[in-house]
Write a protein that binds this ligand. Structure first.
Ligand SMILES: [Zn+2]
Length: 413
C-alpha cells in the first residue's frame, strides 16, 4: 500500500485545505451548516472532485452527494463516505477527512483496477452534526428511511426557517424525502478522525473501530427547600444544590469504578431560585453515561440511579430521575472489521482496536448494512475546534487502509 501513500498524503492535504476555506469564520474555524451558502459551495467542490475521478455523480432528494463507480454485478453495493457539514467554528477534519479520503480511495481504485465486482459509491452525507437544525444524522437517517416530510416541516433553525423551507430554497422538494431511502447498500465503511487522545497517547496513527458507544441520558430534578441563607441554620437546611454536589461526585465515581471505557458527565445544571442569599430549593441537571459495552452500560446505569437516590434520601431531598434515552452501543460488523484488519496487518503500520466515544453516521447505516470504521489519530485529542489537526502521514495512511478495505469488499465478489 506504500506506493501511493505520499500521493494520498499530498492530495488529502490540498483537498482538505480547499474544503476548510469554504465557510471560514472570522473568529476561527469553519462553519458549513445544512443547506447554507457554504454548504452549497462545498457541494459544488465535492461534485467536481468526483467528476474528475470518473465517478457518476448525483445528488439525492435530501442533498446527499453520491459518486458511483458501477460494478459488474448486481450484488449489494459497497459504500463509503462521511459528512460534509461542520459544527460552528469547526475544524478541518471532522467529516471532511472521510469525504476526501473516500473520494481519493475510490478514485485510485478506479484508476488502477477499473470496474469493481460490486458497485462502489462515495456517499457524502449532507448533515450529521445537527448544528443548524437539531436533526442529527439527517443525511444518513434519510437513506435508511427514518426521516419524513413532517420532521422537515417541524424543524426550525434559529432564524425560524424550517428544514423543509431551506430545502425548497435549494430546489429540493420535501415531498420527495422518502425517496432518498435505499435498499441496495450492502456495506458502509467510514474513515474518520479519532476526536480523542488515545492514539496519540500511545504513539499510534490508526485504529480499527470495534463499536460505537452506547449513550444513556437522564434529566434529574432534586427538590429541597428554599430558605433564607442568613437565618436558616445548617442542621435545618434541605439544600438541593449541596445535595447535587455530592450527586455529581456519585456520577463521576460510578464511571471511575466501572473502569474504561465508561465515561459519565453532568454537563448542565440549573439552580432555583439562583440567588446569592437563598438556600437553593431545586436543582435540575443532566447525567450522561457512555460506553460501548452494553453490560457495562446497564450495570453502571443502575449504580448511578441507586447512588443518586441514596444521596437524596440521606439529605431528605426529593429526587425525580427521568430516563431521556438509552441508546445501545452499535457493534461493527465482523466481515468489515476483518477486511480492515487484513489491510492493516499487511500495511505494516501499527494500530490498535478502539471503540468510538462519539456518534457517527456509521451507526445509522448499521441498520441496513454491514458497517466498519477506521480512525486516524487526532493531535492533542482535539475536535470540534479550529485546532483540530492530524499528522499528514497518518492522514495518508488512513486513506490507504480505506482503499485496501474497499478493494477487498468490492473487487472480490
Ligand atoms: Zn464527524
Amino acid at each position: 500500500m506504500h506506493e501511493t501513500l505520499e500521493d494520498y498524503e499530498e492530495d488529502a492535504g490540498r483537498m482538505l485545505d480547499e474544503l476548510y476555506a469554504i465557510g471560514a469564520q472570522s473568529d476561527g474555524g469553519t462553519y458549513r451548516s445544512l443547506y447554507d451558502p457554504s454548504w452549497v459551495g462545498a457541494r459544488e467542490l465535492i461534485k467536481g472532485w468526483m467528476v474528475e475521478r470518473g465517478l457518476q455523480v448525483r445528488v439525492d432528494p435530501v442533498g446527499n452527494i453520491i459518486g458511483r463507480l458501477q460494478g459488474t454485478t448486481d450484488a449489494p453495493i459497497v459504500a463509503t463516505g462521511s459528512h460534509m457539514d461542520t459544527v460552528r467554528n469547526g475544524g478541518r477534519l471532522d467529516g471532511a477527512y472521510g469525504v476526501v479520503g473516500s473520494i481519493l480511495a475510490v478514485g485510485s481504485l478506479r484508476r488502477k483496477l477499473g470496474k469493481p465486482a460490486r458497485t462502489l459509491e462515495v456517499i457524502v452525507l449532507c448533515e450529521e452534526e445537527g448544528s443548524r437544525f437539531t436533526n442529527h444524522y439527517w443525511g444518513s437517517r434519510s437513506i435508511v428511511g427514518q426521516t419524513t416530510q413532517l420532521e422537515a416541516e417541524e424543524s426550525l433553525d434559529k432564524a425560524g426557517v424550517s428544514l423543509a423551507g431551506a430545502m425548497q430554497e435549494l430546489g429540493l422538494d420535501p415531498r420527495n424525502i422518502s425517496s432518498a431511502t435505499r435498499n441496495d447498500i450492502g456495506y458502509f465503511v467510514e474513515l474518520h478522525v479519532e476526536q480523542g487522545g488515545i492514539l496519540e497517547d500511545e504513539g499510534l496513527d490508526l485504529a480499527l473501530v470495534t463499536a460505537i458507544t452506547g449513550i444513556t441520558r437522564w434529566d434529574v430534578t432534586v427538590t429541597g427547600e428554599a430558605n433564607h441563607a442568613g437565618t436558616t441554620p445548617m442542621n435545618l437546611r434541605r439544600d438541593a444544590l449541596a445535595g447535587v454536589a455530592q450527586m455529581i461526585a456519585d456520577v463521576e465515581n460510578a464511571a471511575i469504578n466501572a473502569g474504561p471505557p465508561a465515561v459519565a458527565t453532568v454537563g448542565r445544571l440549573s439552580v432555583t431560585p439562583d440567588q446569592i442569599n437563598v438556600v437553593p430549593g431545586q436543582v435540575r441537571f443532566t447525567v450522561e453515561l457512555r460506553t460501548p459495552d452494553r453490560n457495562q452500560q446497564l450495570a453502571t446505569q443502575s449504580v448511578i440511579e441507586q447512588s443518586l437516590a441514596a444521596t437524596a434520601a440521606k439529605r431528605d431531598l426529593e429526587i425525580e430521575l427521568k430516563l431521556q434515552h438509552d441508546h445501545e452501543p452499535v457493534l461493527m460488523h465482523a466481515e468489515v472489521m476483518n477486511a480492515i484488519k487484513t489491510t492493516l496487518d499487511s500495511g505494516g503500520v501499527p494500530y490498535r482496536l478502539l471503540s468510538s466515544g462519539a456518534g457517527h453516521d456509521t451507526q445509522i447505516f448499521s441498520q441496513i448494512a454491514k458497517v466498519g470504521m477506521i480512525f486516524t489519530s487526532s493531535k492533542a485529542g482535539i475536535s470540534h475546534s479550529p485546532l483540530e489537526d492530524t499528522d499528514p502521514r497518518a492522514l495518508g495512511e488512513g486513506v490507504a487502509v480505506l482503499a485496501g478495505t474497499l478493494l477487498k469488499l468490492a473487487y472480490r465478489s
